[in-house]
Every structure is written in C-alpha cells, then in structure tokens.
Ligand binder design. Structure first.
Ligand code: FPP
Length: 232
C-alpha cells in the first residue's frame, strides 16, 4: 500500500491524510478482486520497520486500522470476505488487537475472498519464528532434522494453508520487496506501477491482472525452442 505519503505531499496535506485515503481504498480494491475472481488478497499494512516512523504517524495508523476494523465488518460479510492476519500481531496496541480478533471471528465463515492484513509483519522475523517452531518440534523428537522439507517450512510460516501469491503488485514505482513474504514470493510474478496506492483502483487492478496474463511462468523449467524447418 505504498505511496500514501507522496499522494498527500502532492496535495500539500499531512502524511496521515494519505494513509486515510489509503484505508478508504481497501474496500473498492476488495470488491474489484472479487469481481475478477481473485481468492486471496494480502495487503502490507504495517511492517516491523514502520515502528521507526514518528510517534504521531504510528498512532494515526493504529487509529485508522482500529476504525477500519470497526466499520468494515459489515462490508466484509456482505461481500463474503474472510479476514486474517500475518505478523507479530500480539505486539499491536490492545484496542487494535481486540477489534482485530473480533473482526476475524465475525468473518470466519466467509469464503469468497481471504483478505490478509500484514500487521507488524517482517519476512525475516516470519522465517525466524518458523525456525524456532520447527526447532522445538525437533527437540521434542516430533520431527527428524533430515525430515525437514520445504513443505515443513511453508507449513510453519504465518501463511500456512494459504497458496503462495501468483502476483505481487508494488505501487508507487518502488523496485524492492521491503521484507515482504520473502519465502512465498520465490516464483511470484511482479507488477510495478507508478500509481500511488490511494489512486490504485479497479482499473489498475485489471491492468495488473492483464499484465500477469501475458507472463510465461516456467517455475525454473524450460520450454523447448521451436524447431524452424527451412526448405530449399
Ligand atoms: C506506505 O506508504 C503505507 C503504510 C506504511 C501504511 C499503510 C496503512 C494504512 C493505509 C492504514 C490502514 C490500514 C488498513 C488495512 C485499513 P508510505 O507512507 O510509505 O508512502 P510514501 O512512500 O509515499 O511516503
């Protein structure tokens, strides 16, 4: 959800105004995903590094999140959206956590779109947490070291039971992953757009999906070169 600050700056507004518009934008993007048949949407809403921002920006973001969770459960139930989170959510402020738990429970029965909010999320921390969990199981004798496979690791990440993303959309033109889903994005197609998140709407989503449709996904394999026959 990158570019909120720049969107606000372009208008001479404080950064929080951009985040406010960024939060408003979640509903139309969810509805557009449903219309396009997308089953999983994961939004990078707050990273482990975002705590370094000025205190008023962090508290403003937490307030926006709390308000979103209070106001949007009806929208989620109307559209069949199931909410879940990835990240060290236990470290979020108490009121946000309480709203989060309630929204997750109140939308658990929905099945059209899984909306995952990455909150206090860091990709390296996710891998650390997975390794710690696996190490505990090894110490208890429930897994043998040689029995650890790529599936074991996937199954201990916050995203266990979710498919790896097919498409990563990076708004605002940045060309980096920023500690987002490093394990899961291994074979994901990347779509970078200059559009800032508050301006990213259904048309931009359709454009990203159309771009995805042009990709030749080989997952490390190869396609035989076509043999061109020349006749003389
Ligand atoms: C990145 O833009 C955006 C964020 C760090 C926060 C996104 C969070 C929200 C919109 C809050 C509410 C969340 C939900 C899911 C309702 P930036 O500030 O890095 O933008 P810039 O690079 O242009 O400065």
């Amino acid at each position: 959800m990158d570019g909120n600050g720049r969107w606000a700056r372009e208008r001479g507004w404080p950064r929080l105004k951009g985040h406010e518009q960024g939060a408003v934008n979640v509903e139309p993007v969810c509805e557009a995903c449903i219309a396009e048949g997308v089953e999983y949407l994961t939004l990078y809403a707050f990273s482990t590094e975002n705590w370094k921002r000025p205190a008023h920006e962090v508290s403003g973001l937490m307030l926006l999140l709390e308000r979103f969770l209070a106001d949007k459960v009806a929208m989620m139930n109307r559209n069949g959206v199931r909410l879940r989170t990835i990240g060290r959510t236990a470290d979020l402020p108490g009121p946000v956590l309480k709203r989060l738990e309630r929204a997750i429970a109140d939308t658990a029965h929905n099945g059209r779109l899984t909306l995952t909010l990455a909150l206090n999320y860091g990709g390296r921390d996710e891998i650390v947490d997975a390794i710690r969990a696996i190490a505990r199981e090894v110490a208890e004798g429930r897994i043998m070291p040689d029995g650890i496979t790529s599936e074991t690791i996937s199954g201990h990440l916050y995203t266990a039971n979710m498919p790896d993303p097919d498409l990563l959309i990076r708004t605002s033109g940045e060309m980096r992953l920023s500690n987002f889903l490093p394990w899961q994005l291994t074979y994901t197609e990347l779509h970078v757009t200059q559009v800032l998140w508050p301006d990213f709407g259904p048309a931009e989503l359709r454009e990203a999906i159309a771009d995805f449709g042009t990709r030749d996904r080989r997952f490390g394999g190869a396609v035989e070169n076509p043999i061109t026959a020349a006749t003389a």
